[in-house]
Write a protein that binds this ligand. Structure first.
Ligand code: ADP
Ligand code: MG
Length: 644
């Protein structure tokens, strides 16, 4: 079994592991690269050897949980099974989970567009903001995903822009239900998840977490998409917490519609019960109207995709047909290659004879046509002239002095003579007849010598020469005739087929950015979700689950292990940043200062004597807060309110 630490060593940050020997995790996942590390552990891009073609790339989250007993493993796996059954276009698909040594592993869908936090930072650095309609579209996508999960009584508990992913401009919520899977539904699960920026007042005060707490976090994300900054900011962990718990509700800048601001403010109501649910927001006329627009757009997109698919399919068919034709040529070729030189020489002679016959036939047809024309001309010219000097007419019908037939036989039926010369061709010489011509009319006929010489001319022009009698000489002589179809030409052909099919796709005008089947079906699924929401007219047709949400305890067994691991990581990270000595100094000072309820200004001043910026101590502050929370849940600590 693979040890992630070993694999990670070989991976060297985010470089692809081309040199790393293919190591299978759980007998099917091959590590590709490290994507990063987050609140729970390390995240890798993996290739699933058992996945369908084009769907191999997935994400593996490795969470160090320490030694688990079989009971804990079974419980965690049951929870994971439930998660894997969920399916929504705006929720990152949870594929599987398994325990490996001290690691709990989760396999999820891979979102190549990175997370929303990255996107926001990128825009912020470029001095750009998101267009309003883009924000509304994303907000609706998030509402649909949250509504889907809340309807199924699953809470997120850690909604933040870092947990929202982009996949071909579609937002997908990651880690839904994962915090419960790992830490059960006790409040500690929420408090320990990391950044306080998105946490609701009730979550911070340990007054219970429910669907409305997720709604608060969603409002913080909406604010961030509009303003490119956190809704609640502060120089220290505790100052942020205080702003959330008792500060003013932030509002959107003037440039945004009043309706959108009103929605956001209602989602940030300090009282959870006064916040709207996701479905209620989707039913607000302003959002409902945008929903209808989106519905039309998605339907058009899926229609376009169907057209595109048709084109792709026809390209496939053409491709297959061309391959088949190509195969046929190859088969014929292989037959030829099996022949002896003598047989091949005979084949060539046969082919040359066939070619000559084909040309003769063509010339005969041409000459016949020509004669026919001349005859018609003559007929009209000599219609009234009953007696004609045949000798004078000779030049008119193209006879020359080398003519084979004796002059005396010129008057006899030309049909008969030609039929004799070309046995079996009567049907081709059924006109003109002596009946439809004046008796003494000079009758056109084929001039054979002329014909033969023209055949020779043609064949000479085409470079046809006598095939040598010696089979081996013949072989050399025609060395390249049968070998023209090499593997190279096969490749070329494939290339042509490929570009032809590409061309077909491109011909339909500007195309949307490349979309995979998965993404196409996401849009289709999203259109269905919108249809569902639009079709559901009464809120009563659905049970809003805020009261019943997430009430079962879940696998709380992982709690203590997770909490311990989490704190350890936080302490290690802070030590790495500040150095052991500074860490100890800051830790002890902050612990004292918080207990003495020192002012923020006073704390900052003292901290900046040991570190460049007070904000460098954010993690230490957070660690102290967590340690206190842990004591609270064990019933021995003071409450947050006692701080102020
Ligand atoms: P966080 O605590 O920030 O949520 P995670 O452990 O969820 O951290 O993720 C760590 C890193 O891996 C982040 O940079 C995130 O963008 C990336 N990541 C996580 N899940 C996915 C995914 N499904 N697709 C692509 N990148 C992901
Ligand atoms: Mg995450």
């Amino acid at each position: 079994m693979l040890k992630f630490q070993e694999a990670a060593k070989c991976m060297n940050g985010s470089t692809a592991i081309s040199t790393y020997p293919e190591t299978l995790v759980a007998r099917r996942y091959v590590l590709q690269q490290k994507l990063g590390s987050g609140s729970f552990g390390t995240v890798y891009l993996v290739s699933d050897k058992k996945a369908k073609r084009g769907e191999e790339l997935k994400v593996l989250k490795e969470i160090s949980v320490g030694q688990l007993n079989p009971n804990e493993t079974v419980q965690a796996n049951l929870e994971a099974q439930l998660l894997s059954k969920l399916d929504h276009p705006t929720i990152v698909k949870f594929h599987a989970s398994f325990v490996e040594q001290d690691n709990f592993c989760i396999i999820t869908e891979y979102c190549e567009g990175r997370d929303l936090d990255c996107k926001i930072q990128e825009y912020k650095e470029a001095g750009k903001i998101f267009p309003e309609n883009q924000i509304i579209e994303w907000f609706i996508q998030l509402l649909l995903g949250v509504d889907y999960m809340h309807e199924r009584r699953i809470l997120h508990r850690d909604l933040k822009s870092k947990n929202i992913f982009l996949k071909s401009n579609l937002l997908k919520i990651g880690d839904f239900g994962v915090s419960r899977l790992l830490m059960g539904s006790c409040d500690l699960a929420t408090t320990l998840t990391g950044t306080p920026h998105y946490m609701s007042p009730e979550a911070l005060k340990h007054q219970g977490y429910d669907t409305k707490s997720d709604i608060w976090s969603l409002a913080c994300i909406l604010y961030e998409m509009c303003c490119m900054n956190h809704a609640f900011t502060g120089s220290s962990f505790l100052s942020i917490v205080l702003k959330i718990v008792e500060g003013d509700t932030p509002s959107l800048p003037e440039r945004y519609p009043r309706e959108l601001n009103a929605i956001m403010e209602s989602m940030l109501n300090k009282s959870p019960s006064l916040r709207p649910s996701a479905l209620e927001i989707l039913k607000i006329p302003y959002i409902d109207e945008q929903l209808q627009h989106l519905m039309c757009r998605y339907s058009e997109m899926t229609l376009e995709d169907k057209n595109l698919n048709c084109q792709k399919e026809s390209a496939h068919i053409i491709n297959a047909m061309q391959k088949k034709i190509h195969l046929h040529t190859l088969r014929v070729l292989s037959e030829v290659q099996k022949m002896t030189p003598r047989e091949r020489m005979r084949l060539r002679k046969l082919q040359a004879a066939d070619e000559k016959a084909r040309k003769l036939k063509k010339i005969v047809e041409e000459k016949y046509e020509e004669n026919n024309k001349r005859m018609q001309e003559l007929r009209s010219r000599n219609f009234q002239q009953l007696s004609v000097d045949v000798l004078h007419e000779k030049h008119l019908i193209g006879m020359d002095e080398n003519m084979e037939r004796p002059e005396g036989r010129l008057a006899c039926s030309p049909q008969k003579e030609d039929k004799e010369r070309w046995p079996g061709r009567e049907e081709e010489f059924d006109e003109p007849t002596s009946e439809n011509l004046p008796k003494s009319q000079p009758v056109p006929f084929l001039n054979l010598s002329e014909l033969e010489s023209s055949v020779e001319d043609t064949t000479a022009d085409l470079g046809h020469h006598e095939i040598p009698e010696d089979p081996l000489v013949a072989e050399e002589y025609y060395a390249d005739v049968f070998d023209s179809c090499t593997e190279e030409s096969e490749e070329e052909e494939e290339e042509i087929v490929f570009s032809a099919s590409e061309g077909e796709v491109k011909d339909g005008g500007p195309q949307p950015p490349y979309r995979t089947n998965q993404q196409d079906s996401d849009i289709e699924a999203l259109a269905r979700c919108l249809e569902n929401v639009l079709g559901c007219t009464s809120l009563e047709t659905r049970t809003i689950t805020s009261a019943a949400a997430d009430v079962s305890p879940g696998p709380t067994v992982l709690n203590s292990v997770m909490a311990g691991t989490k704190m350890k990581h936080m302490r290690e990270s802070a030590i790495q940043k500040l150095g052991t000595e500074v860490f100890e100094e800051v830790y002890n000072y902050l612990k004292r200062a918080r207990h003495q309820k020192a002012s923020e200004a006073e704390i900052r001043e003292c901290l900046e004597k040991v570190v460049p910026r007070a904000s460098d101590c954010f993690e230490v502050d957070q660690l102290l807060y967590f340690e206190e929370q842990l004591l609270i849940t064990m019933g021995t600590g003071s409450t947050l309110q006692s701080h102020h």
